[in-house]
Write a protein that binds this ligand. Sequence first.
Ligand code: PMT
Length: 404
Amino acid sequence: MLDKKILLCVTGGIAVYKAVALVSKLTQAGAHVKVMMTESAMKFVTPLSFQVMSRNDVYFDTFDEKDSTVISHIDLADWADLVIVAPATANVIGKLANGIADDMATTTLLATTAEVWIAPAMNVHMYENKAVIRNISTLHGDGYRFIEPSEGFLACGYVGKGRLEEPEKIVDLVREKFTQSKTLPLTGKKVIVTAGPTRERIDPVRYVSNFSSGKMGYAMAEAAAALGAETILISGPVELEKPSGVTVVNVESAAEMFEAVTNHFDSASIVIKSAAVADYRPKNIHDQKMKKQVGDAVIEMERTTDILKTIGKMKRHQLLVGFAAETQDAVDYGIGKLESKNLDFIVVNDVTDPDAGFGKDTNVVTLLSRRGMHQSFSAMPKKILAKVLLETILEEESEHLDDR
Ligand code: PMT
């Protein structure tokens, strides 16, 4: 039984009808649910539906104090063990990202110290709009957790990403949060994983990149989520399915990856940099396709920011895990990177090994730590290796994990 207090904030979109089902399923699971609605949410469904489903008053007017002994938006904010915004419109996401509190829902959201989960639902183009992406990224950095919308047929007629996650899945996530919290070692911790290659554009049709498939990084993210972490997977362009329970932030270039990592860095406990980031990018990106010329061409390249080295200088409580793809003297180069980038661990793979490296389903690695650990792992599937690596790191760090 989910004997927890859940405050559901319903904002205005056609997916409001799913929020009614969500309240029903949460109460069936044993949760105590109270509902707040925005004015636009009430255009889709009346408060009465939520009142009946939750067996509680529904809140929508900041100034309609139902109990004169308390201030209701503060009282509700303090009451909740968890706040869920579902469906969350682009509007409420924008307000929250900018600290705007102009109705019952947003004032309560700013006042609560409980964890807030945001389940967006909107048109696919709105979801991909740069301002919305920027606001979501700000909120990630502020510690809000997102329940990513799924893909499918949208009420506006488009097919794409933007459907509110199914109520059953949201209830599963709530159940996971409250039932596994005592057993999983990374519960309550935020883990950033980077994966895949970066692409550095030359012109509208060409780029410089590498052969990383993202398999190692996606496996690390899946392992982190399975150990209870809120996992943010910052991914270069790859052809892989999103691992379950993970929030994916898609990026293309080293500069975009740098921005995404630093956005999430403050609130992260662990950063795992499995991505193969370009060290150089073309100094000038041509607006038009470059034309063939007689003779050779020279593309002037400049250094990208070393993301890991930069966060190595910024780190406070964060545990930093790097990867090193080497073709000779792998361990020596690995030790050099461990020190020069101020890392806690580095996973070294000699990519000349036929079972290791780029694109393979397996890897062969050596794990080195700042405290002198040196452990080699024979060839195994990346999905298993990721779990083994993470468990080994956590065991090695067990005494310090609470401070992260
Ligand atoms: O994706 P797969 O096909 O599964 O392949 C997995 C892998 C071989 C890519 C992976 O196991 C791996 O080794 N990733 C790191 C590859 C790499 O680029 O290493 P590096 O030695 O260039 O960089 C060292 C570390 O610094 C890495 O953690 C890298 O993410 C980071 N770095 C590098 C350059 C840069 N500009 N910024 C960085 O943060």
